[in-house]
Design a protein around this ligand. Structure first.
Ligand SMILES: [Zn+2]
Length: 208
């Protein structure tokens, strides 16, 4: 069987994810993770802050996996969630203006419209700038964000959904949009577990 073509994220996203990971595990921790992930080329220089698609899905999948290998599955999950949360402010600064998230009209929308606009904006960015395909499905109680290919679990095999970084990222994004409320975000399906897509379920009603 011919091997599938490699897929890529823009350098800018790889860079902000590595900076976020460094905030959580420290400089030495980041270097250890990159070594274990087999992507030591990222140690000496972070990806440049450009939109060129040169940060490989397999590199990110191996980095996410290295958290589990280095710190154990439970602690690795916590670190990935926290890295995702830490990534949101970076992403907001880099991409928020592109989709109007930081403009006054967005801030004045009612909460339910903000959430929808924010999630659609995030899906649009991923579809336009990465090799991912993403779509948002709505039901009365929840949103479902479908990621048809997913760099976080690329080439991984898991018993449970494992794209914790994405869960943390959206938890933080929803908290920001709602002025600090907590929302239930869970990955209900995961390609690494054999599902068709990675699916993040976001319950519309905040927990608090
Ligand atoms: Zn997944």
């Amino acid at each position: 069987m011919a091997s599938a073509p490699r897929l890529f994220l823009p350098n800018k996203i790889g860079r902000l994810l590595l900076l976020s990971l460094e905030e959580i595990v420290g400089h030495n921790g980041l270097n250890a993770v990159l070594n274990v992930a087999g992507v030591a080329q990222h140690i000496s220089s972070l990806p440049p802050n450009t939109l060129d698609r040169q940060f490989a899905f397999d590199d990110l999948g191996h980095i996410h996996q290295a958290l589990d290998r280095l710190y154990g599955v439970r602690a690795g999950r916590g670190l990935a969630l926290r890295t995702g949360r830490a990534a949101f402010p970076h992403a907001l600064r880099e991409f928020g203006p592109m989709i109007g998230l930081t403009e006054l009209p967005f801030r004045l929308l009612p909460l339910h419209m903000k959430l929808k606009a924010g999630l659609e904006g995030a899906a649009g960015i991923l579809n336009r700038l990465t090799d991912q395909t993403v779509h948002l499905e709505e039901s009365p109680d929840a949103y479902r964000l479908h990621l048809d290919v997913c760099p976080l679990c690329w080439e991984r095999r898991l018993d449970q959904p494992g794209c914790h970084l994405a869960v943390g990222f959206f938890q933080e994004g929803l908290a920001w949009m709602s002025g600090g409320k907590n929302f239930l975000v869970e990955e209900t399906e995961c390609i690494a577990r054999g599902d068709q897509a990675c699916v993040l379920r976001i319950v519309r009603q905040p927990l608090d």
